[in-house]
Design a protein around this ligand. Structure first.
Ligand code: ASP
Length: 295
């Protein structure tokens, strides 16, 4: 990371840790939301139909299958979308707990910082804050990166952040999740592809959407001599024991959640699995409808 980004981050850390300079706390809630509405109304992400101006709170999430698609850089395929989605945001809080390949939180935060610098957003790692709960409460926007989903959830429980993260997302803090960071948006993490390298206190996750995510979803490879179960077989096996629907999100696909609306984005279809039903394909651009199942 270049020096100017480092200096800026140091400066923000000092600013964030100084109670006298915490602007959000001294602003009235209504003035904060006034600002947010201005952003919402001028932003293509917000269909006016879904805006209910009597409500001061709108959920706003991007739940992406992956951070990186073949042949391009980290988040590159999503950056034009993110520039609009995070319009008006200057600082983003990064949750690096999934630490892909075991890299350090600092190294992972730098990767995110470099990608977001290209759309003029500064990134701070949650591990850089003395009080991670407060960091969530005061964040302008949040990004949880991919890696090992079990370890990510484990750390969220260990730092007692599940309830707070759920709350700030319900209250409208814009959120980006990629891979593991998307898996935790589901009802549980039981449909991750990851190995359970650690044992979180529970598999229950944020439940910001009423189904589970299987990230990096893969079709069976035609003509393959590989004898392991296909992704589809594993998800059908999950439905022998569980009722929660599962969405197989292919590489380069994402869900855009604006309040109650969940829309599939990207060029590919996604595969929808429900207990006792045949799997079906969902077209890009369609709304994902799902009633909350009895678990
Ligand atoms: N390990 C994946 C990621 O975060 C998550 C998954 O495959 O379930 O990149």
């Amino acid at each position: 990371m270049n020096n100017s980004i480092l200096e800026k981050r140091e400066h923000t850390k000092i600013r964030k840790n100084n109670p006298l300079l915490r602007t959000k706390k001294t602003q009235s809630i209504s003035s904060l939301y006034e600002g947010r509405y201005k952003i919402l109304l001028n932003n293509p992400f917000n269909s006016l139909n879904s805006l209910n101006l009597n409500r001061s709170i709108l959920r706003k999430l991007i739940i992406a299958s992956t951070s990186t698609i073949y042949g391009s850089g980290y988040l590159e395929y999503l950056l034009p979308t993110l520039a609009g989605f995070f319009e008006g945001v200057s600082t983003l809080l990064f949750i690096p707990y999934a630490r892909p390949g075991g890299i350090t939180y600092d190294a992972y935060t730098q990767i995110a910082a470099e990608a977001f610098a290209t759309i003029n957003i500064e990134v701070l790692g949650i591990h850089e804050f003395e009080n991670p709960t407060e960091a969530l409460q005061e964040a302008e926007a949040i990004f949880t990166g991919g890696g090992n989903t079990f370890e990510l959830l484990n750390q969220l429980y260990r730092h007692d952040l599940i309830t707070e993260l759920k709350t700030v997302l319900e209250n409208g803090t814009p959120y980006l999740g990629t891979s593991a960071g998307s898996n935790i948006c589901g009802v549980s993490i039981r449909n991750t592809n990851d190995m359970p390298v650690v044992y979180p206190p529970s598999f229950n996750a944020l439940e910001t959407i009423p189904f589970n995510i299987n990230a990096h979803y893969l079709n069976p490879v035609k003509g393959s001599v590989h004898m392991g179960e296909t992704r589809e077989t594993r998800i059908q096996e999950f439905h022998i024991y569980n009722n929660t629907p599962v969405l197989g999100l292919r590489e380069g696909s994402w869900l855009e959640v604006i309040d109650k609306k969940i829309i599939l984005k990207g060029t590919l279809q996604a595969r929808w699995f429900q207990k006792n039903q045949l799997p079906k394909e969902i077209a890009s651009g369609s709304e994902v409808f799902c009633k909350k199942e009895k678990l």
